[in-house]
Structure formats: structure tokens, C-alpha cells
Design a protein around this ligand. Structure first.
Ligand SMILES: Nc1ncnc2c1ncn2[C@@H]1O[C@H](COP(=O)(O)OP(=O)(O)OP(=O)(O)O)[C@@H](O)[C@H]1O
Length: 778
């Protein structure tokens, strides 16, 4: 089933939608859905029963809550696999056939072989790996095409050498099903590929949990798809471990996260945290935009020194001294005393807020000696008259003196990451003092009310490490919360108590005979009983906890992360169980990386594994030929991935006058949108033109999506290349490619990304000469 040029084309082995085979498979499918309905009903009945239960001991309620969430999860899982429940069948020379699906199903007695094998189980693996050359006992692989619960078609592959097609191409399995998936219209949401995972992708998906795995692949090689299916595989295989610790998937922006958001739920997996770098500091949603050069500087390791200096600058001393009143006498706190205390606290190497205790202790020690000098001096010139116990008492009094405390805290204040970073980035003097050059200051300085940017997040995280949390403050805060809860409980119990007389006419009889709430429970016990049970998933809890250690971290577009962002991620993943997928030829962030060694060496030395994906499933050969010229200009040593199919449509370029660019573009958008019918059209423009062309497009085509977070479900979407990272469209119109190239030092990579977003058509509109790398379109 391979067309000329090593590409696939649909042929043979597809059965019509009637006949005994279809009837047989339809009957089997119906049995599977009946079993699914049964299980769904069981889970539903149990869930309802639990929801009706009430009361019980705290342990009983915890248990009930766990059971409730188990059945709720099961129900959601059964609902999510309704479409495409079963998609394949394997026939063996010496075993019963095996049906492959989104989840595993057993008959009620569980005695026999499974009715349906989960695609992630080892028993399903030949479905993805068996070829005519190495059939692994498989004689036939059958793809079942369904709509809802109805079988609409069957694609068969007979796996024996004689039946092979003689082209020697053994790297594509399930060609008919694959081709139909690849040529289907895009919908604005990524689909799962569970029915047609290819062998090289399967290897990545099923790699073991430990260690750092880097998946390098050109555009359209399925890196994102593989990353998501790997998450589903790991959750299935290491369920217990990962349910507790959680899996994080980090994507480049929120539009992209929305694009991939349906894939894991369709694979019946929901316990994964999808986030962007901007979400990785709890309490902050960093969405503000800044110049790429500023983001690059914030991402560089130089910021480590800057931040350390910025914290040290907050540990101050007076010019000479400060004086406070203590116990009716003035106490002078000399600069030298504070310098000594600061040196002791800094030498400890503890984070700023934690070392504060040392600073205070040391300063108070010195002050107590000073006081002893004054009040204990022997008039006869002998030793100081104060005993050790007197000194200890003096220290205690100093420590408890609010004025003394306040004076010391002024020189070593409790700091928060946000406060330090905001103060730093809005104050030229602080930036200078922290070691920034004038050029760096010009890049970093911003208004006080400007929002956080994604590049600020690793800096906040770094500061959180440098500052630490003063445990005494934490304990005090916990005590405060508990006191507040008890006060609240007392209020509740008072209400209960107060309302009793309303229910009973004879108050005295009531008081004698009926136990009140306050007789059996006091406020603090009440708080204990009503402490909120934490029933959130690991992913949900991780989202609110900066120090959460994930069981596995998956990074998409990993080449774009800065060194500072990697530091943050590695802190979230102390086990270094990481999958990084990306393409160093597509790096567009200035602080991003063009070398995987550079990223991983500092953290795992040589202990990381590189796997390369070589086949492009998205971009047809005609478009990839255009992209190959751009890639050669980025780095002649890089090879483009091989397209798996051709679209039969030639990419085009058209020169238009700059003055009428918008008009011409709108005409082309109308034409292209009509050609792709239900598909999606992406218009990719330089940053400079985004707002103006966006406004004109929306005025002419009201449904078009533009702006910061365009809705990908729309038929026509206009965006910058940066926004289009990781996305794809049936048709792509690239506008002003020369500007896209000129806008950034990584402009060629941006153009490469732009043209490789197309699944069928590519058109280019230019007002100036075409860049040399697009000369094949001239
Ligand atoms: N085995 C497969 N079966 C069906 N479709 C596939 C398969 N592998 C990849 N695809 C499809 O190819 C397209 C590209 O996949 P994906 O977005 O994961 O590529 P990528 O390597 O992340 O690309 P890029 O680096 O350009 O963002 C998607 O539509 C995906 O569904």
C-alpha cells in the first residue's frame, strides 16, 4: 500500500460496509458496548448510594469520600471512551483474536480472555509493531472504523512476507487508517492517534518511567501526539506511583494547551496538570508580553547573580547607628553590631527569611553585652557583676521588646519573591546595585503596575528559593488559622445552643434531659471533625504548591525554554524522570536552546537518552520541499523529516502592493476558505502587522479569530508565528515572509515553523522581494 516515492496512498483491503465480516464485527462491537453500559450502570448505582450516605466517623467519611471519587472517576472514564471504544483486532496463527480499544474490558465472570485489550497493555503492542517482515505471530491486523456504536468500515492488513508489497518500506503500519486520519479536516482541536501509532512513536510512548528522555523530531513528526500518549501510557503502567505524585505537561502557551486539551480525556486520563511556564508560580498567572530581548535576558543564568545581589541589598545597616527605647533607657544599635550579625547570618548559607533568626539572635547577643557593660560594670574595676542568668534575662527582654524587634527587622526584613522582583524591576538604582549594565537596565526596567510575564516566573521561583520561608512565621500563621477556625466553631456551637429553646417549650426539662452539642463536643474537637477532606487529585494539589515534586514531567517545545526555566522545572522534578520533546531547528525564543546537551548536561551529565522521530505526518511533500530550503539556511547539517504523503497541490506565492495588502489578503482568505470547506485556515503574519491586518480581517470576515488568544475552533484564524507554535491548519497563508525573517535573530526558524503548519495548502503573500529561501516559489 505504498505509492511511488515512498509515500502512502489508499488502496486494497478495505471492506465494504455490508457482508458477513461486517455483521460479525458489528455484533462483537455491540457486545462490548453492552458490557460498557453494564459497568457504567454499576458505577452509577454505587455512586448514588454513596451520595445518599451521611454521618459516620471522620475515618468513615474519608473512606466514603475516596470511594465516591473512585466511582465518579470510573463513570467519567466510561463516558469518555464512548466514541471509538474498540478500533482494532489482531488475528494470530496460534491464538484467539484480540480486540484492541481505549480501555480494557472483561466479561462479568472475568474467567475468559479479556473482551477488549487496553491499547497500553503489552498484549496490544503487536497492533502497533507487527509488520509483514516481523509479524510476531500476527496474521492479520484489522482497523475497525466506527461512528458512534455503528461499524462503518474495516481495513485489513495481511501480514505475511508473500503478501508484502515488495517496496521494502516497513515503517508504516495501518496505512489506510493512517491516511484517513491524516487527510481528515482539522477541527481546531488535536485528536488522539491511538488507532494509528507508528512503530518509532510506540517506542517513545512505552519507554520506562525513570530517566531523562529527549525526543527530537522535525515538524509534524508527532512529538506532541507522542508526548500526550506517553503521559497516558505512564499513568496506566505506573498508576499507583503517578496518581500520588502527578504528571505535569508543560506547553508553550494557553492557546496550545486548549488545542491539545481533548486528547488525554479522550484516552480516559484526566489526572495530568497541563500548564505553561506562566502558570508555574502558584498565585501568579503571568500573561503579560515583553520584548523578546528582555525575556532572553531574564532567562539567562546571569540573572542568578542579579537576584542574589538584589536579596543581599535588602540586608542593610545604618550609616552609623539607630537608637531605640528599651525599658525606659535608650539603646544604641551600632552599625558594627549589625554588620557582625549580618555576616553571621550570611555565612550560615540559609535562605534570607530563615537566616533572619540568626541575624536577630546575634544582634541581641551583642546588645545584651552592651547593656551588661552599662548596668553591670563593677565600680571597683573588677569583672562584670551580671551573672549568665542575668544576661539570659536581658536577652529575653530585648527579644520581646517590640521596638527592638522592629528596628532589627528593618535591617533584615521578611521578604516575598513578588515584592523583591517587583521592587527590582521597577527601580533603576536597585538594578544597578544588583549588577545590571545600563543596556540591561534599559531592557528590564518596567512600570510598577505592569503584569508578570512568563519569563518572570522562573525568577520568582528562584527568589522563593533564595528567600525561603521562616518556619516560625509559618507556624504562627497555622496557629492563627486554627484560632480563627475555633472562633468560627464557637460561633456555630453558640447558634446550635441558642436555637434549642425554640424547639422545646419547657426549657428546664430540656436542660436536664437532653445533651446539648456543647456537652459532647468542644470547639476545637468540632474543628478537627470538620477539617476539610482534601479530595483533590495530585495534579490539582500540585497546581497550588510551588514545591510539589512531580512523578514525571513532559515538556513540549522544550527547545524554547531558557536556562532559568529549566532550573525551575528541575526543582519540580527531583527524580529527573522527564520527557522533553522538541526540535532545535524550530527554536524561536532568544533564550531557547539549539543543543540538547547544553540543556541536560548540567542536570544529568551523560545520563539522558535521545530518540529521533523521522517521519512527518502533517506536512505534505510539496510543502516540505519548500521548508527544506529554509532548513538548509538555518543549518545545512539538519535534514528535514520525510513526508509520509503528498497532497497533490502546489504551494504558491503572490506579490501584492503594500498599500493593498489587506484587501488582497482578504480575497485570498475567502478563496482558500472555500477550497478547504469545513477545514481550518491559518493566516500567519509578522508581529508588526498582527493588529492592523487582524482588524481588517475581522471587519471583512466577522467569524475570523484574532487577538491574544484566538479561538482555534473558528474557520479562519489570524495569528503570529509565535502563537502558531505546535498548531496546524488545513491551509496556511504566510504574509510578508521577509518581515517574519527580519523581526528576530531566529527569524528563519520562525519562517520554517510557519510553512510547516500546513496539512494541505500553502500560500505566501509578499509585498517585497521573496526571501532567498523561498525562491522555489517565485
Ligand atoms: N501515528 C499517527 N497517526 C495519525 N496521525 C498522526 C500520527 N502521528 C502524528 N500524527 C498527526 O500529525 C500531526 C502532527 O503531529 P504533532 O503536532 O504531534 O507533531 P509535532 O512533531 O509536535 O509538530 P511540530 O514540532 O511541528 O509542532 C497531528 O495532526 C497528529 O495528529
Amino acid at each position: 500500500m505504498v505509492a511511488s516515492g515512498g509515500m502512502i496512498a489508499r488502496k486494497g483491503a478495505t471492506l465494504s460496509s455490508s457482508g458477513p465480516e461486517i455483521e460479525y464485527e458489528q455484533a462483537y462491537l455491540t457486545t462490548l458496548y453492552q458490557r460498557l453500559d453494564q459497568l457504567r450502570e454499576q458505577a452509577d448505582t454505587r455512586l448514588r448510594a454513596i451520595l445518599l450516605e451521611a454521618g459516620g466517623t471522620p475515618q468513615g467519611r474519608t473512606q466514603r469520600e475516596a470511594t465516591r471519587s473512585h466511582y465518579a472517576e470510573q463513570l467519567a472514564q466510561f463516558n469518555s471512551v464512548e466514541n471509538g471504544l474498540c478500533f482494532g483486532r489482531l488475528d494470530f496463527s496460534a491464538q484467539n483474536p484480540r480486540y484492541i480499544g481505549r480501555i480494557g474490558l472483561f466479561a462479568a465472570d472475568r474467567d475468559r480472555d479479556p473482551l477488549l485489550v487496553d491499547w497500553r497493555a503489552a498484549a496490544a503492542r503487536p497492533f502497533y509493531l507487527a509488520t509483514a517482515v516481523s509479524p510476531d505471530g500476527v496474521t492479520r491486523r484489522r482497523h475497525l472504523r466506527t461512528r458512534g456504536r455503528v461499524l462503518t468500515g474495516i481495513d485489513d492488513e495481511i501480514l505475511d512476507i508473500e503478501a508484502g508489497d515488495g517496496t521494502g518500506r516497513e515503517d508504516v503500519t495501518g496505512e489506510a487508517a493512517l491516511l484517513s486520519a491524516l487527510t481528515a479536516n482539522r477541527t481546531g482541536r488535536m485528536r488522539d492517534i491511538v488507532e494509528t501509532i507508528q512503530a518509532e512513536q510506540d517506542e517513545v510512548i512505552r519507554s520506562g518511567l525513570p530517566g531523562a528522555l529527549v525526543v527530537q523530531g522535525g515538524p509534524g513528526t508527532g512529538k506532541t501526539a507522542v508526548a500526550l500518549h506517553r503521559a497516558a501510557y505512564l499513568l496506566y503502567t505506573y498508576r499507583e506511583q503517578l496518581t500520588r505524585s502527578g504528571v505535569l505537561i508543560l506547553g508553550p502557551n494557553t492557546t496550545f494547551l486548549r488545542y491539545i486539551s481533548q486528547v488525554l480525556p479522550s484516552l480516559a486520563e484526566t489526572g495530568v496538570l497541563l500548564a505553561t511556564l506562566g502558570d508555574m508560580f502558584p498565585g501568579v498567572r503571568a500573561r503579560a508580553v515583553e520584548p523578546p530581548a528582555a525575556a532572553a535576558l531574564k532567562g539567562s543564568p546571569h540573572m542568578l547573580d542579579v537576584l542574589e545581589n538584589a536579596v543581599a541589598d535588602r540586608q542593610t545597616v545604618p550609616d552609623q547607628f539607630v537608637e531605640v527605647d528599651h525599658d525606659g533607657y535608650p539603646v544604641r544599635i551600632e552599625r558594627a553590631v549589625l554588620e557582625d550579625a549580618r555576616a553571621v547570618a550570611r555565612r550560615s548559607g540559609r535562605p534570607h527569611n530563615v537566616a533572619r533568626q540568626l541575624f536577630v539572635t546575634e544582634a541581641i547577643h551583642q546588645l545584651s553585652l552592651q547593656i551588661a557593660e552599662r548596668i553591670g560594670a563593677d565600680p571597683l574595676g573588677g569583672d562584670n557583676l551580671l551573672s549568665e542568668a542575668d544576661l539570659a534575662e536581658t536577652r529575653r527582654e530585648l527579644r520581646e521588646d517590640v521596638d527592638v524587634q522592629q528596628a532589627l527587622f528593618d535591617f533584615w526584613p521578611v521578604l516575598t519573591p513578588r515584592q523583591v522582583l517587583r521592587d527590582l524591576l521597577t527601580d533603576d538604582d536597585r538594578l544597578e546595585s544588583a549588577g545590571c549594565t545600563p543596556a540591561e537596565r534599559a531592557l528590564l526596567l518596567r512600570d510598577r503596575d505592569a503584569g508578570w510575564t512568563p519569563a518572570d516566573v522562573p525568577l520568582l521561583d528562584e527568589l522563593a528559593e533564595l528567600l525561603g520561608i521562616d518556619d516560625t512565621l509559618k507556624v504562627r500563621e497555622q496557629q492563627r488559622q486554627r484560632r480563627a477556625a475555633i472562633e468560627y466553631a464557637e460561633g456555630v456551637l453558640e447558634i446550635v445552643e441558642g436555637s434549642r429553646s425554640l424547639d422545646f417549650e419547657d426549657e428546664s426539662a430540656e436542660k436536664d434531659e437532653i445533651l446539648s452539642a456543647l456537652d459532647v463536643v468542644d470547639a476545637s474537637a468540632f474543628v478537627e471533625r470538620h477539617e476539610v477532606l482534601d479530595t483533590r487529585t495530585a495534579a490539582e494539589r500540585a497546581a497550588t504548591d510551588r514545591t510539589w515534586a512531580f512523578g514525571h514531567v513532559i515538556v513540549d517545545e522544550a527547545q524554547e525554554l531558557s536556562p532559568m526555566a529549566w532550573r525551575l522545572l528541575m526543582r519540580r522534578c527531583p527524580s529527573r524522570s522527564i520527557t522533553a520533546v522538541g526540535d532545535v531547528a524550530q527554536t524561536s525564543e532568544l533564550a531557547g536552546s539549539t543543543s540538547w546537551e547544553q540543556i541536560f548536561e548540567p542536570y544529568v551529565a551523560q545520563r539522558w537518552r535521545l530518540v529521533e522521530l523521522s517521519v512527518n505526518y502533517r506536512t505534505p511533500a510539496e510543502v516540505m520541499a519548500v521548508a527544506a530550503d529554509i532548513l538548509a539556511a538555518i543549518d545545512p547539517a539538519l535534514r528535514p523529516p520525510r513526508s509520509v504523503r503528498s497532497a497533490g497541490v502546489t504551494p504558491w506565492a503572490r506579490r501584492v502592493p503594500a498599500a493593498t495588502l489587506a484587501e488582497e489578503l482578504i480575497a485570498d482568505v475567502r478563496k482558500e476558505a472555500a477550497l478547504i470547506e469545513e477545514g481550518r485556515l491559518g493566516v500567519l503574519v509578522p508581529e508588526r502587522l498582527e493588529a492592523s491586518l487582524g482588524a481588517e480581517l475581522v471587519a471583512a470576515i466577522p467569524g475570523a479569530a484574532v487577538g491574544e488568544q484566538p479561538d482555534l475552533l473558528n474557520h479562519v484564524v489570524l495569528m503570529t508565528v509565535r502563537q502558531a507554535k505546535g498548531l496546524e491548519f488545513d491551509s496556511v497563508l504566510v504574509v510578508a515572509p521577509d518581515e517574519i525573517v527580519a523581526e528576530s535573530p531566529r527569524g528563519l526558524s520562525d519562517l520554517y515553523v510557519a510553512v510547516t503548519r500546513a496539512t494541505r495548502h500553502l500560500g505566501v503573500l509578499h509585498t517585497d522581494d521573496l526571501p532567498g529561501v523561498l525562491s522555489s516559489l517565485a
